[in-house]
Every structure is written in C-alpha cells, then in structure tokens.
Write a protein that binds this ligand. Structure first.
Ligand SMILES: Nc1ncnc2c1ncn2[C@@H]1O[C@H](COP(=O)(O)OP(=O)(O)OP(=O)(O)O)[C@@H](O)[C@H]1O
Length: 415
C-alpha cells in the first residue's frame, strides 16, 4: 500500500471516536470514504493529513511514518482540500492557487516562470481562468471549491486528500472535478483519498470504498463488490424511499399505500416518468406486465403498490397474465404510457384491448393513436404530455369508499 494507516485511532480532546482504523490505498488509486452525517469521515481525513492530532496509531506513506516528514516534505507529498472556510483577505484567486507552489519556492516565496505556468495550467484544469483576478472571498462556495482544488493540483502532490469536494458544486462541475481526479490517478499516478455523499458517484469513481458508521469502519472493498441496495439502506439507515445502486438513482417514499385505482402499462422505460408523476400526486397504482430487465421494473418496485413482472426473455406465462388481468379489472383508470406494441404475442396489447372492453377510462400518451376495438376508441383519451394527463378529469378519483376518497384527497393535498 502506498498510503496506509496502522491501528489509527481518531477523535477529539484525547478521546477516541473511531479506533483501530487499518485502511490503505495503492499508488495511483482512489479511495473513497462513505457514511452518514457525523460518522467520522472528516475526522479520519483530518487525522491522516495531520490537521487533527491522532489519538493513536500511525499513518504511513510509502512505508514511512508521516511523523518523520517535515511540513515542506509533507506538502510536496500530500495536498489537501478540506471544507474549512479559508478566507485569505484580499487575495485574488490566482494568488490563492499560487500558494500551492510554496513548498517549491525559495525562502522569499518567489514564484518562478515555471511555477506561474503550473498555476495557470491548474486553473485551466478546473475551468477558473476567468476568475484569476477576482478576490477569493467574493466567490460563491462552488467557485471557492474549484479554486482550492486548483491550489491542490498546483502543489503537484503524490497524494491528494479531499473532504466532500463535490458538496457545493453543480452537476457539470461535479462531473468535471471527478473526471480530473480520475485522470490524475490514471495518467499521473496521483493517489486520491476523499469523502463523498453521492454514493453513485463514489461507486463510479473509486477503486476502494471504506464504509464508516457508528464509530467504526463497517466495510471496505471494491465498490462493485461491496455496494448494493441493502448495504446502502443499512449504512444510511434509509427507512422510507430507496436508493437503486444499479441506476444510481433515488426514489422518494411512496405517498400512498391504498388499494390502487390506476393500472399503468409500462415497458421499455415508458412507465418510469408516469410512476413518479403519480407518486408525487399521492396516487397509488399497479403496473405491468414488465420484464425483470426493464428499467421500469427498477423504479416500479419502489413506487408501485403492485408490480406484475415476468422473467426476462420469456413469453408471458398464463399465471402472470392472469395476475395482470385481475389487477387491471380492479382499477378504474388505465394509463397507457406508450409501450412498444410490436410482437405477435404481445400480452400487454391483449390487456389493453381488454381494458377497452371493460369500459375502463384509458389515458394514453401514445403519439400514434392505435386501432384497437370500438370500445377502446370510445374510452380512450390521448395526451401530448404527462402534465396534461396528470391534471385530466380521468385522474380525479371516483372511489366508492368515502374513507379512501378522503385519504386520497388529504394525501394529494399534503404534497
Ligand atoms: N472539533 C470537534 N470537536 C469535537 N467533536 C467534533 C468536532 N468536529 C466534529 N466532531 C464530532 O465528531 C463526529 C464525527 O464528525 P465528522 O465531521 O468527522 O463526521 P462526517 O462523517 O465527516 O460528517 P458529515 O458527513 O456530516 O460531514 C461528530 O459526532 C461530530 O459532532
């Protein structure tokens, strides 16, 4: 391991918060700490960078105890981007970035032409050349974050440590920053140690993940092997809503758990936006017939009251078809999200016709009206977009049960 901790204990005022931390990362690889708020990620990072006094144990760089390094030697090896509010009065961004070159300057801190070139290259790498002459303290939090990253890059370190570097960044700058770190690791063999709150980004960026929870290192390893929906749920204590590791997406909690009055035909990703739109309005729904490998299934299993699903690449079995038929007939309203109608034995097409024959209200997002039976034509209404569908008369519920109606209304009103 290039950077390694040996029985490291970290904490405050001599009291250990997390004990016996033994983690490490190879040269040119990326290690990411994940864990809930207050779990101790910053405390670990600050102890590694010597911004916080260790309680016990050792931090080794290339097998050598970091305590043996002078501050200049340490600054040449390791640069740091922490979340502290650094407020260098009256300094321009260029001057702040240039402080990254100090470990390499003479006693008078004189910046050479070569240093200046590195300063400008580092600023270009994080797209802040236009901020060069602006006063640092007047920047937004996201701009400051990028300036501090440029300073760390400009230090030409072997190791870079970053505490929640994406926290103030918009999505473009998050992608850019993580891309820069990945490039530094791959092309310049820089070792990166950081903490992130975005599990999906951590999984895509890191070679090794360290999970921190309840004052201990709770798990570690390659993110592809370590992270899954159940681990994330447990790590963060998610009780309502869900995180889907495969898609890297969050679904908010279900807003209604009543018997559904709406059946949504999904498939090929056509259902997902309808599921979320109905959930926002507090409308319970069931959906089918989906295949396990459909992206709609990943979302439906979080949001639908009932999901009727068949194993991938198989004809729909009679059992599954019957489940869907029963669920459909219990509903008042059918939403046709515009799934693919192709295929000789398309069971969803058969169900759609059945919905017409059963005089269900059919709300369709299909761009090309389909020719089904006369009952379908009589009951279908076409919509150009989800907003008009969602506010249509068809979705103003006609529940027979007054308690359900009240519940539906109060849930919808609370959203
Ligand atoms: N200066 C301090 N003195 C004493 N306790 C502290 C200090 N700073 C943080 N703590 C405590 O240490 C624990 C871990 O905090 P830390 O900042 O390391 O968590 P974190 O995982 O980085 O959290 P977040 O994701 O919210 O940034 C928390 O309970 C926090 O209250």
């Amino acid at each position: 391991m290039y950077l390694q901790t040996a029985d490291l204990s970290v904490g405050y005022s001599g009291k250990a918060l997390i004990k016996n931390i033994n983690i490490g990362v190879e040269k040119g690889k990326i290690l990411c700490l994940l864990g809930p708020n207050g779990s101790g990620k910053s405390t670990i990072l600050r102890s590694i960078t010597r911004h916080l006094k260790k309680i016990a144990g050792t931090v080794l760089i290339d097998q050598e105890d970091m305590n043996n390094f002078s501050s200049v030697e340490s600054a040449k090896k390791l640069s740091v981007v922490l979340t502290d509010k650094v407020a260098p009065e009256l300094m321009t961004c260029e001057e702040v970035v240039a402080t990254g070159r100090y470990p390499y300057t003479n006693h008078f801190g004189k910046i050479t032409e070569a240093d200046q070139r590195i300063v400008e290259e580092s600023m270009a790498a994080v797209s802040i050349l236009d901020l060069m002459n602006q006063e640092f303290t007047r920047l937004s939090d996201g701009q400051k974050q990028r300036v501090l990253l440029a300073r760390a890059i400009c230090q030409k370190p072997e190791i870079i440590v970053l505490d929640e570097p994406t926290s103030y960044l918009d999505i473009r700058h998050k992608i850019e920053l993580l891309g820069i770190l990945r490039n530094m690791a791959v092309k310049e063999e820089v070792t990166v140690v950081l903490s992130l709150h975005e599990v999906d980004l951590a999984a895509k960026l890191a070679d090794t993940i360290i999970l921190v929870k309840d004052n201990h290192v709770y798990g570690c390893g390659c993110p592809e092997d370590v992270l899954n929906d159940a681990v994330i749920k447990d790590l963060y204590g998610i009780e309502h809503g869900s995180f889907n590791m495969l898609l890297g997406s969050v679904e908010l909690p279900k807003t209604c758990d009543l018997e559904p009055k709406v059946f949504i035909f999904g498939g090929d990703g056509s259902g997902t936006l309808c599921y979320r739109a109905l959930n926002k309005r507090g409308i319970s729904f069931c959906t089918g017939i989906l295949y396990h490998n459909d992206v709609d299934y990943q979302v439906a299993k979080s949001l639908a009251k009932q999901t009727i699903v068949e194993k991938s690449f198989r004809p729909v079995s009679e059992f599954v078809f019957e489940q869907a038929r029963k669920a459909l007939l219990k509903c008042d309203v059918v939403i046709d999200s515009g799934f693919d109608l192709e295929g000789e034995d398309n069971r969803n097409k058969v169900l759609l016709e059945l919905a017409g024959n059963a005089n269900k209200t059919i709300l369709s997002l299909r761009h090309q009206p389909i020719k089904a039976n006369a009952n379908w034509e009589k009951n279908v209404e076409y919509f150009d977009d989800i907003s008009s569908l969602i506010s249509s008369e068809g979705l103003k519920f006609r529940s027979n049960n007054s308690r359900e109606r009240k519940l539906h209304r109060s849930l919808a009103a609370s959203i």
